[in-house]
Design a binder for this molecule. Structure first.
Ligand SMILES: Nc1ncnc2c1ncn2[C@@H]1O[C@H](COP(=O)(O)OP(=O)(O)OP(=O)(O)O)[C@@H](O)[C@H]1O
Ligand SMILES: [Mg+2]
Length: 453
């Protein structure tokens, strides 16, 4: 595949000439003004750009060209931009080099010279990118605050790298506690909106009647209680990223308005007439099945397709081979330090229990269990009991018989506790007869002196 090259020049003839000369070596794209240039840049990710500074609507001054330069560098710090300048533009060219342009050429362009220069540019661009990626890998397994080195989480990091360079809406899917919000922040931090705010809103935590004004804002007097004008979350996110968490919980009435906002990129406050233009990146997340919502009519298909231009799936913790131990140890270290108990570690059984447990609440559950254990612990080692994890079965040396008996003992004791020692209701609760219950108590050596019939 030929490497992508973008030529930005308002002179169609020059563009055509260059394209004709370069098309054998490169996949050439061309743009005649700033909007076109930026659009093509986002779509095609060229590692090298040839840029004429004088672009419409000010073809005789360098403003537009310098703006293109700075926007491109912001979106991709590795892009190599070569300024192609006319006679008498030396000052502007130097300004552009000062602002990050990689090199420059004067018109009329010598095609051989141009080819040599481009070859060098592509080479350097490639090397720099490879170096950067290698460095990132060596720096450990952290990616924008996300820890992990399993193949499944690495694939997520890769996708985040790719989508953050685009403007596409992203829908993040994953069980609760898998890091959906963290991933959304990572995309924001790597995107061209990174200098703007990151505005999260948890759509399920806000009552239906308030959600619309929370999202869109309201004018003074729009409804009872609207004493002042208020900006909504969407408006707060202008120039930044709007994170719509638990998007599956949004009522249909609000879905319609949200869809309109996504289609038209503008909103009206509740009770307002003014159209407010909103330039913001939208990321949504859900842990429910939106496909099912679409089938049963509780989620609008149009909204789904607008939100899910790219879908990012966060794997559950149990499917991230090797990461559980890594995360547990790293979280423990941080939490132990925070609580003034440095050096705290898991004992052997705890570690194998952690690895075997299914973690339905994923990383959030891991974090919470470790927090609780650190606070409660008195020694230097955290045990399975500190973590309140179910006892581990066979592989830790227990036979199947031991495991069964331990479970039976636990259930019988619990049932007795609930029935205040009364045998009949305890046996009923477990679905066995009284004689069987007695038999089990005897076999397991459970004291019956407290029990009353
Ligand atoms: N890969 C990771 N490395 C380190 N910490 C993580 C990672 N993923 C998530 N966490 C941490 O786990 C907790 C839960 O993450 P987050 O809130 O992003 O998940 P979520 O999917 O949005 O969860 P919920 O469904 O509960 O809202 C956070 O404290 C977050 O910092
Ligand atoms: Mg969340």
């Amino acid at each position: 595949m030929k490497p992508h090259l973008l030529i930005v020049d308002d002179d169609r003839e020059i563009r055509t000439q260059m394209r004709w000369a370069l098309t054998g070596d490169f996949h050439v794209f061309q743009a005649g003004d700033r909007p076109e240039a930026m659009e093509l840049f986002s779509e095609t990710h060229p590692p090298v750009v040839l840029l004429d500074l004088g672009l419409p609507p000010h073809p005789n001054s360098p403003e537009e060209g310098l703006e293109v330069l700075s926007e491109m560098l912001q979106r991709d710090p590795f892009v190599k931009i070569v300024i192609v300048s006319g006679q008498g533009e030396k000052e502007n060219t130097l300004k552009a080099v000062g602002a990050g342009a990689y090199d420059f050429l004067s018109k009329p362009v010598d095609i051989d010279e141009l080819k040599q220069l481009l070859k060098r540019c592509f080479h350097v661009a490639l090397l720099e990118r490879e170096y950067h990626e290698m460095k990132e890998q060596l720096q450990g397994d952290f990616f924008e605050g996300m820890l992990g080195s399993s193949p499944s989480i690495r694939a997520v990091f890769d996708s985040i790298r790719k989508v953050s360079a685009t403007e596409a809406s992203v829908l993040i899917l994953g069980e609760s506690g898998t890091g959906k919000e963290l991933a959304a922040r990572a995309i924001h931090l790597r995107s061209s909106y990174k200098d703007g705010p990151f505005v999260p809103i948890n759509c399920s935590a806000i009552p239906e009647s308030l959600l619309e004004s929370e999202l869109f804002g309201h004018e003074k007097g729009a409804f009872t209680g609207a004493h002042t004008q208020r900006k909504g979350r969407i408006e707060q996110a202008i120039g930044g990223t709007l994170f719509l968490d638990e998007i599956g919980e949004i009522p249909l009435s609000v879905q319609v308005k949200l869809l309109r906002f996504l289609q038209e990129q503008c909103i009206e406050r509740v009770g307002g007439r003014e159209e407010i233009k909103v330039n913001t990146r939208v990321i949504a997340a859900t842990n429910v099945d939106l496909q099912r919502g679409m089938t049963d009519g509780s989620f609008r298909e149009g909204l789904y397709y607008r939100l899910a231009v790219v879908e990012l799936v966060l794997p559950p913790l149990r499917e991230r081979e090797g990461d559980i131990e890594l995360l547990a140890k790293s979280l423990l270290q941080g939490i132990a330090n925070e609580n003034g108990k440095p050096g705290l570690a898991f004992d052997k059984k705890a570690l194998s229990g952690i690895k075997r447990y299914a973690w339905p609440g994923n990383i959030r559950e891991l974090q919470n269990r470790i927090k609780r254990a650190v606070i409660m612990s008195e020694g230097k080692r955290l045990s399975l009991e500190d973590l309140e994890l179910p006892p581990t079965f066979a592989p830790s040396g227990l036979s199947l018989k031991d495991a069964r008996e331990s479970l039976e003992r636990k259930m019988i004791q619990q049932a007795l506790q609930k029935s205040s020692g009364k045998i009949a209701p305890a046996a009923t609760a477990l679905g066995i007869s009284r004689p069987t219950f007695y038999e089990l108590m005897k076999k397991l050596g459970i004291e019956s002196h407290k029990s009353i019939e």
